[in-house]
Structures are given as structure tokens and as C-alpha cells.
Design a protein. Structure first.
Ligand code: PAN
Ligand code: ZN
Length: 191
């Protein structure tokens, strides 16, 4: 394994901005319109208002090899698409046996998780929440607040990301706004 010099990254808790990110990635509505339960609402937003930013990821670049510990911030913007709060795409790790830690930096949201054998778990996250995503759980984060929801993630380099399974099947649970409040409901598109 090549020797990597230790380094420190300054993180702005309210924006997720890193002092010298190795990569910055933006996900817009057009990147994930089909992931919202109300695809027609997504199309209306794209045709009317345009391609809004849903989330931004800033992370350090490390080699994909045993023992490396990648980490990044994610900032999810506030808003809804057809009543469903802005969210990440969500994924299983390609190597299902790899877990992950999330740490809330600002705002509030939900961590939606499920396994391939049918378990679901939805946890609230605020600034200061340290959430553990155990091996075998797909994970998606949702911004249920009025401002940005920002969190920090740490995982093992070889975990890899399997987006295809969630793109095809979705999550069993959605977080939607009901009477102005977040509510966890069954996904009508899930079968
Ligand atoms: C996180 C996520 C990040 C963006 O760092 O990758 O929040 O979400 P998506 O990857 O689902 O677009 C993580 O879980 N890494 O493994
Ligand atoms: Zn992950």
C-alpha cells in the first residue's frame, strides 16, 4: 500500500464546503426525476422552474484499496417534489458487508434504510447525530427541514456504490410532507 501523508480538511458545518475537496459532485432534479414517487410533479418542476439542485457532495480522493477511509460531506437543499422531500439517490454498497457512519452537521433530516430481505428502518438526524448504517442496509438521506441538511459520511474504500438496485426498485418507505410535518409512508410504487 502506498504511504499517504496525513492531512486535515476544514469543513463548514452549515454548507458542507471542504477547504480543498478532491471532488465536488452535484445532483440535480433531472439526474433523479424518476426516483420520486410523483414523476409528473418532477416533470412539471423541470418544465416550469428548471433543473433545481437537490444535493451536493464534497469529498476527499483516496485510492480504492483496503484500509483507506474515504469521507465526504453532503448538503441536501430544502424543498419537495410532489410532497416528497428532497433526498439523495440512495444505494447499497457494492460490497454489502461494508457499513458506514453518518454525522449530522446542520439542519434536520431522515436516514431511510432497508435490506434486501425486507427490513426497513427510518431514523431522524439532527446536528450532532452519529448514525450507524450497518452492513447490508441500503441508505438514503432526506431533508425534512426548512434549510439545508448537511452531514458527514465515513466509509471503507472498497465498499463501492450500487445505485442500480435502488434505481430499479426504489425504497419501501418515503418521507413526505403531511399537514406541514414530515411523515413516513409506504411507497405506492414499490412492489
Ligand atoms: C454517502 C453518499 C452521499 C450521496 O457519502 O454517497 O450522501 O448520496 P448518494 O451516493 O446516494 O447519491 C454514502 O453513503 N457513501 O457511501
Ligand atoms: Zn454509502
Amino acid at each position: 500500500m502506498p504511504l499517504i501523508a496525513p492531512f486535515v480538511t476544514e469543513v463548514d458545518f452549515s454548507t458542507g464546503v471542504m477547504s480543498a475537496p478532491g471532488y465536488v459532485l452535484q445532483r440535480r432534479l433531472s439526474d433523479m426525476a424518476a426516483m420520486y414517487a410523483d414523476e409528473a410533479a418532477a416533470s412539471r418542476i423541470l418544465a416550469g422552474e428548471g433543473d433545481r439542485l437537490i444535493y451536493e457532495v464534497q469529498g476527499v480522493e483516496l485510492p480504492v484499496e483496503e484500509g483507506q477511509i474515504p469521507h465526504c460531506t453532503t448538503r441536501i437543499t430544502p424543498g419537495q417534489v410532489g410532497g416528497e422531500y428532497h433526498m439523495t439517490k440512495g444505494h447499497y454498497h457494492a460490497r454489502r458487508e461494508q457499513g458506514e457512519v453518518y454525522f449530522g452537521l446542520s439542519g434536520r433530516g431522515y436516514l431511510v434504510m432497508q435490506t434486501e430481505s425486507g427490513e426497513t428502518d427510518v431514523r431522524e438526524m439532527v446536528a450532532g447525530s452519529a448514525a450507524y448504517v450497518p452492513p447490508y442496509w441500503a441508505h438514503r438521506t432526506v431533508n425534512a427541514g426548512n434549510g439545508d441538511f448537511v452531514f458527514f459520511s465515513v466509509w471503507e474504500a472498497r465498499a463501492g456504490h450500487d445505485y442500480g438496485t435502488i434505481e430499479r426498485d426504489g425504497f419501501r418507505k418515503l418521507v413526505v410532507m403531511r399537514d406541514g410535518q414530515p411523515a413516513v409512508v409506504d411507497n405506492p410504487k414499490y412492489d
